[in-house]
Design a protein around this ligand. Structure first.
Ligand code: XMP
Length: 526
């Protein structure tokens, strides 16, 4: 297992996560940290496994200073600890990171006469290290208003563009490199090679970080952390909680107890699938709590979306608590927190694990439950979670499942949630997913959902007037679920979906397709 890593100092770039991903693609572990992390903290290294005091320590062998929205001359601009340039580890500054590094090391930054936004042509002037094996000219993605104006005597110029004389530089004595463009984005086709040169030739990584090592290391870390206690895990059947459960089960076997809450708001066969995979196949101690009556009773007559969510949240806590209290010696609660949820709060106060924000918590479980948290995925991106899942033998079906919200079908029934309306939606949703799968679109579409509307419309069925419900279909494509495009499903496939729903789901006589993007529309309708 590689014990070395790259630390990325985040100056507020929208691409910081992308830098981390690109570095990991070269089999080098990377973590994002606050811009003002001190040289002392960096030289101590990072704990490999948050939450485990015995976790392996990773040594920082290179730094990347990210881009950022500010100008280095802004009073409020984020600065870094200048002593990081004395650590002796190579540093790559990207965009703002380059300007900041250059300024600290004696160059002068100015507002560019001509700003560069978008694609730009870079002429490579020096191919000794950062640009080794690159052609004489490359296209790259740039986005900057400031740039280096005077380089001074301490630097060597490595590249320029028509309007930017110092598009890339190297310090003569310190191992500091700066690029004014963004090697991390896909619009810079040679960017991956530039990063590889930095990681392998300049920092000296060998590309030894492997997901399989990560899995083994994580299993060990979980064993150390848990000791002989028990871990409770809220299982939803989604990718994250499924991978968490399987990983912990590999580590501590029977001392993992999973709780699956049947809230009556699940999709077709959802509970049965979870039982068959986790109980029958993996032999995990799975406790299914049937709390559907309580959920549906509490939701009776409620139409306000926020109220629905609050009710569902508090019923979930009740259901979970009632089951968890039956488990003796349960000390830990497992959560599927992912890296994007923890990045922004970063590291600080000399204790990197201390001030990490928790955005996620399983169904909003309160701290009063008294569990310690165990979060084995908190170092990973979503697609890396899938790779871990593959390593531990989870079926493709689970790994590529579209996300399903905690409040379940309730937020897809506009208006009151009743058993009859749930049944209509469940059947329509089943048909939608079947047809998306049989058209080979399931992996291309990020999330496909059916929504039951609170309006009835007139139709004609078998020569008779009908006055029935409307189902809306929404299918989106997105990489981060923050922004999304509606999916351009062909009319043929939409036609089949509509036909089947109207013919097979009693009570529905009309199907419509949602063609809004996010923003301004959200993915769910409530
Ligand atoms: P929106 O509707 O905000 O959804 O565009 C973005 C993603 O989040 C999911 N979502 C939820 N997931 N509990 C969850 O676990 C919730 O309350 C919730 N609301 C939305 C949604 O399905 C989409 O993937």
């Amino acid at each position: 297992m590689s014990r070395e890593m790259i630390a990325i100092l985040d100056f507020g770039s929208q691409y910081s996560q992308l830098i981390a991903r690109r570095v990991r693609e070269h089999n080098v572990y990377s973590a994002i940290c606050r811009a003002d992390i001190t040289a002392k903290e960096l030289s101590k290294g990072f704990p490999f496994c948050d939450g485990s005091r015995n976790g392996a320590q990773l040594q920082v062998k290179g730094l990347i200073l990210s881009g950022g929205p500010a100008s280095v001359y802004d009073e409020k601009a984020q600065k870094c600890d200048e002593r990081i340039f004395k650590l002796g580890v190579p540093i790559l500054g990207i965009c703002y990171g380059m300007q900041l590094g250059c300024k600290i090391l004696g160059a002068q930054i100015v507002a560019a006469e001509k700003r560069e936004y978008g694609r730009t042509n870079i002429s490579i002037l020096d191919k000794n290290d950062l640009f080794a094996n690159l052609p004489d000219s490359i296209t790259a993605w740039a986005s900057h208003g400031d740039q280096v104006g005077e380089l001074g005597d301490n630097f060597v110029r490595l590249a320029d563009t028509r309007t930017c004389p110092f598009a890339a530089v190297r310090h003569k004595r310190k191992k500091f490199f700066g690029v004014q463009f963004h090697p991390e984005v896909s619009h810079t086709p040679e960017g991956s090679l530039i990063l590889k040169n930095f990681l392998y030739d300049i920092c000296g990584f060998k590309g030894e970080w492997r997901m399989s090592d990560f899995v083994n290391e994580k299993i060990e870390a979980i064993r150390r952390q848990v000791g002989d206690a028990k871990v409770v895990c809220g299982l939803s059947g989604g990718v994250d909680s499924s991978v968490v459960a399987s990983l912990i089960h590999k580590a501590i076997g029977d001392r993992l107890v999973c709780i699956f809450v049947d809230n009556g708001l699940l999709r077709r066969s959802e509970r049965e699938n979870v039982e068959s995979i986790f109980q029958d196949h993996f032999h995990i101690d799975l406790r299914v709590v049937d709390w559907s009556k309580q959920f549906l009773d509490a939701l009776k007559g409620v139409t306000d979306p926020q109220k629905k969510r609050r009710i569902i949240g508090s019923e979930f806590i009740e259901a979970f608590k009632s089951e968890a209290s039956k488990i003796t010696n349960a000390k830990f609660l497992a959560q599927g927190t992912l890296y994007p949820d923890v990045i922004e709060s970063g590291f600080g106060d000399g204790n990197p694990a201390a001030n990490i924000k928790l955005h996620h918590n399983v169904g909003g479980l309160p701290a009063e439950l008294g569990f310690e948290l165990i979060e084995p995925l908190r170092d990973l991106f979503k697609d890396e979670v899938r790779v871990v899942g593959e390593h531990i033998g989870l079926a493709e079906d689970i790994l590529w499942r579209h996300p399903f919200p905690g409040p379940g079908l309730a937020v897809r029934i506009i208006g009151e949630v009743t058993p009859r309306r749930l049944e209509i939606l469940r059947r329509a949703d089943g048909i939608l997913i079947d047809e998306i799968k049989s058209a080979g679109l399931y992996r291309k579409i990020s999330q496909a959902i059916a929504i039951l509307l609170p309006v009835s419309t007139v139709g004609v069925m078998g020569d008779k007037r009908s006055y029935e419900d409307v189902i809306a279909i929404r299918a989106v494509e997105t990489s981060d679920f923050m922004t999304a495009d509606f999916s351009k499903i062909s009319f043929e496939v939409l036609g089949v979906i509509s036909n089947r729903i109207i013919n097979e789901v009693q009570g529905v006589n009309r199907v419509v397709y949602d063609i809004s993007s996010k923003p301004p529309a959200t993915i769910e309708w409530e």
